[in-house]
Design a protein around this ligand. Structure first.
Ligand SMILES: NC(=O)c1ccc[n+]([C@@H]2O[C@H](COP(=O)([O-])OP(=O)(O)OC[C@H]3O[C@@H](n4cnc5c(N)ncnc54)[C@H](OP(=O)(O)O)[C@@H]3O)[C@@H](O)[C@H]2O)c1
Length: 290
């Protein structure tokens, strides 16, 4: 688009007003890949992790997704190190409710006192007085949803959380959550190769709730050369990751993809997806190609 600044490709992704008042560019960044292997511990190259975060903001990305459990805490601490004091328009969304007994292991705990502790720790690790978007990372089936979200509502009333989101939910759970409090966003697994959350996306679109697809590039499968998008990408003159992300952006105005990467070069490549406009025919062809 002609009005876009060439050094800030993410501006071309269009905006979404999360919760009605936090306006961000739709193409965001997911900060999970910044930690060590198994989303555990320190990154191999800390300086590059800091560079990735600073570059993201330079590229016009103003929506960054993280969680207390990434590291744990490493991702949030890196964000603070790289970007604090934060730009006014930067929305850092974090999450709580998944515990980390070890690398690659994730267990939900939704007891209110635990969620409160984790929100308090996220405030400290991020260095903020209020978290713009706090997402319940997983619903804990052992705890009534009203107690889990109820604690987040208390934190909201105390001014520690601005908006509340949920993650990995069914339409039924999302509707139930909305009887308890206002839900600004839903974050579910969704990409070209796995569209099983289509019903949640359609509901979110109808209700103007942000839909944040995690694993937007099928954790790299859709981004690799030689992968399922390779041929289409060559025809289109883009990279596979760019097509995967452009497809998501085209799919719905409430879609806020958060591609993850630990490398500046990949970040720059992915951000350019915002400038790709697919025709409806191209969009349909990709949907059947994968
Ligand atoms: N709510 C949840 O339960 C949940 C679960 C999982 C993830 N998430 C969120 O979703 C975000 C995205 O998920 P994700 O990062 O796991 O998966 P993803 O965005 O689908 O893919 C990331 C993977 O793709 C690779 N990659 C990225 N750009 C590339 C490129 N241009 N060319 C080749 N390879 C590329 C990355 O490797 P390099 O580092 O080498 O670039 C990384 O291994 C996370 O960061 C996190 O914020 C949420």
């Amino acid at each position: 688009m002609s009005h876009q600044n060439s050094s800030r490709p993410a501006d071309a992704s269009g905006t979404f007003a999360l919760g009605g008042d936090l306006t961000v560019n739709r193409l965001g960044y997911g900060a999970m890949q910044l930690t060590g292997p198994g989303i555990w511990g320190e990154p191999k190259d800390r300086a590059e992790a800091v560079r990735v975060l600073r570059r993201a903001v330079e590229l016009g990305i103003n929506f960054i997704d993280t969680a207390d459990s990434y590291g744990p805490f490493v991702s949030e601490q890196l964000i603070r190190e790289a970007l604090h004091p934060y730009a006014d328009d930067l929305l850092i969304a974090t999450k709580g409710g998944l515990t980390r007994p070890g690398p690659n292991v994730w267990r939900p705990i939704g007891r209110p006192e635990y969620l409160r502790q984790q929100a308090e720790l996220s405030l400290r690790h991020l260095g903020v007085e209020r978290i713009g978007l706090y997402q319940l990372h997983r619903i804990d089936e052992e705890v009534p949803l009203a107690d889990q979200l109820g604690e987040l509502v208390l934190l909201q009333q105390e001014g520690k959380i601005h908006h509340i989101g949920v993650s990995e939910v069914t339409v039924g759970q999302l509707k139930e959550a909305r009887t308890i409090t206002e839900i600004a966003s839903v974050q579910n697994l969704f990409n070209l190769a796995d569209r099983s959350a289509e019903d949640v996306l359609e509901y979110a679109e109808r209700e103007n709730i942000a839909f944040i697809p995690w694993f937007p590039m099928a954790t790299g499968e859709l981004a690799r050369s030689g992968g399922p998008l390779d041929a289409a990408a060559k025809r289109h003159g883009s990279s596979p990751s760019q097509l995967a992300l452009a497809w998501l952006l085209h799919r719905s105005p409430v879609m806020l993809p958060i591609p993850g990467t630990s490398q500046t070069a990949h970040l720059e490549e992915n951000a350019e997806a915002a400038r790709i406009t697919l025709t409806d025919d191209e969009f349909d062809a990709l949907a059947v190609a994968v």
